[in-house]
Design a protein. Structure first.
Length: 526
């Protein structure tokens, strides 16, 4: 059983005299764990429960925990290692960093190599019992835990497990960019995929058809949802996992990175009582985050907000959320019909994919509801022409649409290693920066450091293009005007800032680079 340890009087014992919640407090920035103590605890247990063995005190093991709530995990560790334990408190963030530093590489180095271990390849004739046994091998369980733990630690949004002829690559998408992180032994590939299928409650024996699943994992005390997609390829099944971290999505409008004038205009639009507001952009551009932030902005105890999504990525308190299930007939269109009968004030439709869903959403907006949804278009005016191309009547689109926000995500210059930079004239010209503007600006670029995995970038911010539908744009919609004509009108008469124009401001204020903006935004003149 873990007990509270009285703080020592001698500073030589390595534990400070401060106490918190009745436990001694250890500063891990100054006190380093004893390697002999670290050897006592299994790495996967330390990673899962976030408890850190610090040193031996007689026969007892001194264990650091982030809060008194982890005292049970310290007790269980004592039973596991068959020693009494002495609990101390330490900063939870430093505990996590120390555990990862000491145990991740140890777990990885302990995995079987290409010619080692009990793991065997599978073929079409491998039976279910063998697959299940392989997926439960200690090395496989540790490998999958390691993949998840490192992805969350590095802030990855997606994990790719990619089989090739002679090897397997695990790549993480961090700040929108894919990078290779590790190469498990090829012979472990089938067992890793089987483990993911078991966790995602998929059919472990089906290896010829694509499958989707969902995994709930707890990493460093954080509950993480993982969407899993597995598809068969020539060299085996490929898995892509989207990490859904509620903490990163539940942000407010001010944290999205909109320029103050754009934010003011957007708030006025979402404050209207009815109409359709669309968020557009490619997959992974932050559309869902913008819609969730909008719903949080307008939520009140007096509003009834309902959503229909595929899938429900984040559970939001106070909002009714419906999961699309096409297999049983619950589609966006059928679900939206039912939502309208639920007396909603605000409706969010995950995506408008067909004319039926579009028309139901339009009729909902015309009967006094505020409707949010997404479309895949390159810019804001393109959403209008996309609705018409889907078959929506021009007069319906014109009378219901009130605003469209297009967006992209660009990487921010790492604040830890940022230094002054001088972009090329061609790059500045491509983003629309004049020589006069360049002379008074301070450009920055990250040289690369441990904080940003030597990429020079850390985190992302949004670029936004907000189109407000006024009477002239409604007339253009009915007349089937092109998106380029609508865009030019909005720039000239509404002062709309284009995506590239928003990117230009990010470069001028040193938050991003010209090359990064050009990576996600199309040049306006080629």
């Amino acid at each position: 059983m873990a007990i509270s340890m009285d703080p020592p009087n001698s500073p030589d014992e390595g534990t400070p005299t401060a106490t918190r919640f009745g436990f001694p407090f250890v500063d891990l920035a100054e006190t380093k764990p004893d390697p002999a103590a670290l050897e006592c605890a299994p790495g996967d247990y330390a990673l899962k429960h976030q408890v850190l063995p610090l040193r031996m005190q007689g026969d007892a093991l001194v264990v650091a925990m982030g809060s008194p709530e982890s005292l049970g995990a310290v007790d269980d560790l004592g039973i596991l290692v068959k020693r009494p334990t002495l609990a101390v408190l330490a900063d939870a963030g430093l505990i996590r960093e120390t555990i990862e530093e000491h145990f991740l590489e140890k777990i990885l180095s302990g995995l079987p190599g290409a010619d080692e271990g009990p793991i065997t390849e599978i073929d079409e004739n491998t039976d279910l019992a063998d697959l299940t046994k392989m997926a439960g091998e200690t090395a496989v369980v540790q490998m999958v835990n390691l993949i998840f733990a490192q992805a969350v630690r590095d802030g990855a949004s997606d994990i790719h497990v990619e089989p090739y002829e002679r090897d397997v690559k695990v790549r993480y998408r961090i700040d929108g960019m894919l990078g290779e992180m590790m190469r498990p032994p090829k012979r472990m590939h089938a067992a890793i995929i089987s483990r993911l299928k078991i966790l995602g409650e998929m059919n472990i024996a089906e290896r010829r058809l694509p499958q989707d699943g969902r995994i709930k994992v707890t990493i460093a005390g954080r509950a993480i949802d993982v969407r899993v997609s597995i598809v068969p390829t020539v060299f085996g099944e490929r898995a892509v996992m989207r990490i859904l971290d509620k903490g990163t999505a539940m942000i407010g409008l001010p944290e999205l990175g909109m320029q103050p004038d754009t934010l003011d205009r957007f708030r006025r639009v979402i404050g209207l009582p009815y109409g359709i507001i669309l968020a557009t952009g490619p997959t992974g551009s932050g559309k869902s985050t913008t819609l969730y932030a909008s719903l949080q902005e307008i939520w009140s105890p007096n509003t009834n907000i309902l959503t229909i999504e595929d899938p429900v990525e984040y559970q939001v308190g106070g909002i009714g959320q419906i999961q699309v299930r096409p297999a049983i007939g619950l589609t966006f269109a059928s679900g939206l019909r039912s939502i309208v009968r639920q007396d909603p004030d605000v409706i969010m439709v995950g995506e408008i994919r067909d004319v039926e869903t579009a028309e139901i959403a339009i009729h909902a907006s015309l009967t006094g509801h505020l409707v949010f949804s997404t479309l895949h278009t390159n810019d804001a005016p393109g959403a209008v022409t996309r609705l018409l191309d889907m078959g929506v009547e021009p007069y319906l689109a014109a009378s219901s649409l009130i605003g469209v926000v297009a967006q992209r995500l660009v990487r921010r210059v790492c604040p830890n290693c940022a230094e002054e930079d001088r972009p090329t004239e061609e790059a500045l010209r491509a983003v629309g920066i004049t020589p006069e503007e360049a002379r008074s600006a301070t450009f920055r670029r990250g040289r690369g450091c441990d904080k940003c995995q030597n990429s020079g970038f850390k985190g992302r911010q949004g670029l936004y293009e907000l189109l407000i539908i006024d009477e002239e744009l409604r007339r253009m919609t009915v007349a089937h005007a092109s998106s380029s004509v609508m865009k030019q009108y909005a720039v000239d008469h509404q002062g709309m800032r284009t995506l590239l124009g928003d990117g230009k401001l990010a470069v001028l204020n040193g938050r991003s680079t010209a090359e990064e903006v050009l990576r996600v935004c199309q040049r306006e003149e080629i």
